[in-house]
Design a protein around this ligand. Structure first.
Ligand SMILES: Nc1nc2c(ncn2[C@@H]2O[C@H](COP(=O)(O)OP(=O)(O)OP(=O)(O)O)[C@@H](O)[C@H]2O)c(=O)[nH]1
Ligand SMILES: [Zn+2]
Length: 207
């Protein structure tokens, strides 16, 4: 089991604090898109753009669908590990997120590993966990930490490792303008912080 000090409990999504934060209606969201189209210099009345606000709002429902999910719930169904007691690693899970500073795309991959305690989880749930946190406004550091902490808290494994490699469109297509630059973040918990598993997991992750 992980050391109790590692059990950082993170609230998945903050509830609205003031009326300012109450979710706007679909009509209000579409009006905001029309405003942005005008700000960009085009006309929302133009034929090709007439349905765009509704499309954008539907797309936002997909891109930000993580706010309607409880990531811990995704790990609810577990299985006996049946004598297996070594690393479980799911590599190259697609990361499609949105940076909270510019609302620009973050694209990359996550590698998620754990060292089973009593139970194992269906491997698709690791990809679902990544997606549930990715489909929110994020910075890569918090995305990495939230995935690792939730896996540690809910599954109670002996160790957790999460590595994310991603590129940020706010750096590649604007601002400093540096295509090809990747950001790497990682969180190692429990026995992955110590030898011999630290060496093993770092080797597995870089393979
Ligand atoms: N640490 C971290 N920074 C990020 C992430 N995504 C974007 N950023 C950075 O967030 C910073 C925001 O900086 P600001 O100076 O407030 O914004 P800006 O004027 O648009 O900055 P530039 O991008 O440098 O043009 C930028 O340096 C981005 O590169 C992330 O996931 N983690
Ligand atoms: Zn950004």
């Amino acid at each position: 089991m992980l050391d109790a000090r590692l059990h950082v409990v993170e609230a998945p999504a903050s509830p609205p604090a003031t009326t300012e934060d109450v979710r706007p209606s679909r009509q209000e969201a579409e009006a905001a898109v029309r405003t942005l189209i005008r700000w960009a210099g085009d006309s929302p009345a133009r034929e090709g753009l007439r349905d765009t606000p509704a499309r954008v709002v539907r797309a936002y429902e997909e891109w930000f669908g993580g706010y309607t999910l409880d990531p811990a719930d995704l790990l609810g169904r577990t299985f006996a590990r049946d004598g297996y007691d070594d690393i479980v690693l799911l590599r190259d899970i697609p990361v499609r997120s949105v940076c909270e500073h510019h609302m620009a795309a973050i694209r990359g991959v996550a590698h998620v590993a754990y060292l089973p305690g009593e139970r194992v989880v269906g491997i698709s749930k690791l990809a679902r966990l990544v997606d549930a946190y990715a489909r929110r406004l994020q910075i890569q550091e918090r995305l990495t930490a939230e995935i690792a902490d939730t896996l540690a808290n809910v599954l109670q494994p002996r160790g957790v490792a999460v590595v994310i490699q991603a590129s940020h469109e706010c750096m590649t297509s604007r601002g400093v303008g540096t295509p090809g630059v990747g950001m790497v973040t990682r969180r190692l918990l429990g026995q992955f912080e110590q030898e011999p598993y630290r060496r093993d997991i770092l080797a597995a992750l870089s393979a």
